[in-house]
Design a protein. Sequence first.
Length: 228
Amino acid sequence: MEFVGIDKFSLLDFGDNVAVVLFAPTCNFRCPFCHNGNSVLNSKDEIPFNEILSYLKERKGLIDGVVISGGEPTLMPDLSAKVQQIRDLGYKIKLDSNGTNPEVIKDLIDKKLIDYVAMDIKNSEAKYAPTCGLKQLSLDKIKESIKLLMNTGVDYEFRTTLVKEFHSKEEMEKLGELIKGAKVLYLQKFVDRDGVIQKGLHPIDEAEANSFKDILLKYVNNVELRGY
């Protein structure tokens, strides 16, 4: 399975690292606020992996790391093999995931193929499915991924994109319980861009986002706003 998108130069996606971002072609969620809706719903433009490897070879010394994003990368059956080839070039690697495939994440960690994992925490358990654009969803696998990241020693972050139509103070209390004891949670500002799956959604303003932060600090060691 090939990647369907590439951002060849990013200063925003991997901490202080200059990064290349690769986008996986499919996802098992349909989050209404997803910025990569075009890739998730209409992924046709496959990029041959050998072209990606050639680009990364040419940019050694200029690029620090590679972000494997999506879509949902853990749905790619050959993900481990592709990541291994990128790793062999000497790059740091970050994985973006929704946490629905903890076995794949664990395999990558066990093989020491990833340096950092950013896992989306969509909402409280009761509101998780609609926030993902689904009618129903078991959180068993997601909870397994949360526990995995909090206990294996790999560097990680949890992140939640705040959307007026889906998030409230009540949901933040329950979301906090879901990741109690976590190292860090980033509360991300929603931006209504062209690629968003559902039009007409609204961001949470900064004042309300800070009130969410105060609630979540009862559960999470560090909570930061991103994009505000």
